[in-house]
Design a binder for this molecule. Structure first.
Ligand SMILES: *Cc1c(COP(=O)(O)O)cnc(C)c1O
Length: 379
């Protein structure tokens, strides 16, 4: 929707920011194509939560250009935003709303050409009523709960629907879908159990295309692919096969600016709570980002960065706008005010940062701050 920025860095804006976030749209597109190829059939793009924090206004059109024709979001307001972002794409992509018809009035779905994922018999009834009023068949996906216990028809509702398929009258069922709870662990028994439950439920319902796999599900094998796969995280470079080499291309790069370098000596302490204590002469670089940027406070005394070709340890607490690193071993030319340190880079992936923070890459991405100067490259 917004005009693409010039390829060159907007250097004035970059200079005014404490940290610079680069998002490689060509890598997102390459990841989309790789996943689509692996899946064999259709490949959707999950762009909920502002495309996992990367900026849906830039990411969704890039995915459409890479061939994505089906998009998934969570709440209705996201869907309306994505419809606007994709307004010029022809033919109009399908946008599915995972939160279902309860996410908003049926009239809003119709007005913006959005497709609900129907999560209960009540929602099916409401959409069938909307179809009667509209005097035409309306598209939807039907979500079956096979082991998440969050959204979707529970087993008893699937059974009721199987007994009374007329409840679907007026609904054009584009997909019957479910969602895997443990796909990132290929040895987890729930994968096979969910696959079996999904297959059994499908057999009870009127024939329709099927969708089961998220990013990691795609790597569980062809038996999980069905007619449509729904990757999110892997598009954005997170490793869908934890513990094994990452088959995806890195998408996100983050650099923070050094504001000051301080020479300290024992018994001085660093930061709030005095949680780091120097035990000898030490050089401390203060970098201009903090938890207000989504650089999680749980990285305190655990994170790291790269500067001058060396790994440096995060010392003390991450504060709102500032983070401190031990640059004692780094040359003074590399670690000086105005220089940039690498916080997410080829040397340190989003998954690595997540591990240090005691969380998952998904949370690191969706926390990425809006104070960062954002540069979109590729595409
Ligand atoms: C978020 C989500 C996905 C995408 O999951 P990833 O692990 O990010 O690939 C797919 N399907 C549903 C129902 C989701 O909620």
């Amino acid at each position: 929707m917004s005009e693409p920025e010039p390829a060159a860095t907007d250097s004035a804006a970059a200079a005014q920011a404490g940290a610079i976030l680069r998002i490689d749209l060509a890598a997102v597109q390459a990841n989309y194509r790789a996943l689509a190829e692996r899946a064999g059939g259709d490949c959707a793009a999950v762009v909920k939560a502002d495309a996992y924090g990367l900026g849906v206004a830039r990411v969704a059109p890039a995915l459409a250009r890479a061939g994505a024709k089906t998009f998934f979001v969570a709440p209705l307001n996201e869907a309306i935003t994505v419809r606007r972002c994709l307004a010029t794409v022809q033919p109009a992509p399908a946008i599915y709303v995972l939160n279902g018809l309860t996410a908003g009035p049926a009239a809003d779905f119709l007005a913006h050409d959005l497709t609900p994922v129907l999560n209960s018999l009540d929602e099916i009834e409401a959409w069938a009523a909307a179809a009667r009023s509209a005097e035409r068949a309306l598209p939807a996906a039907i979500h079956i709960d096979t082991g998440m216990s969050r959204l979707g028809l529970p087993a008893n509702e699937v059974e009721e629907l199987a007994q009374e398929p007329d409840r679907l009258k007026g609904i054009d069922v584009r997909y019957v879908m479910s969602h895997l709870a443990c796909a990132e662990d290929p040895d987890h028994p729930l994968n096979g159990e969910q696959l079996a439950a999904f297959t059994a439920a499908r057999a009870r319902l009127p024939k329709a295309p099927a969708s089961l796999a998220n990013s990691s599900g795609i790597f569980l094998g062809a038996g999980y692919h069905f007619d449509l796969v729904r990757p999110g995280a892997a598009l954005y470079g997170l490793n869908p096969t934890p513990g094994r080499p990452n088959p995806m291309r890195q998408v996100v790069y983050l650099q923070g600016k050094i504001l000051q370098v301080r020479e300290i000596d024992a018994p001085q302490t660093v930061g709030y709570g005095a949680t780091h204590r120097a035990d000898g002469p030490m050089r401390v670089a203060t970098v201009a980002l903090g938890y207000a940027d989504g650089y999680l406070r749980s990285l305190s005394n655990r994170g790291s960065a790269w500067v001058g070709g060396q790994r440096v340890s995060l010392i003390g607490r991450v504060s709102m706008d500032l983070t401190t690193f031990d640059v004692t071993g780094v040359s003074r030319e590399a670690a000086r005010p105005g220089e940039l340190v690498d916080l997410i880079s080829a040397d340190m992936s989003v998954d690595d940062v997540a591990e240090a923070a005691g969380t998952i890459g998904y949370e690191i991405l969706t926390s990425l701050g809006h104070r960062y100067h954002r540069i979109y490259s590729g595409d």
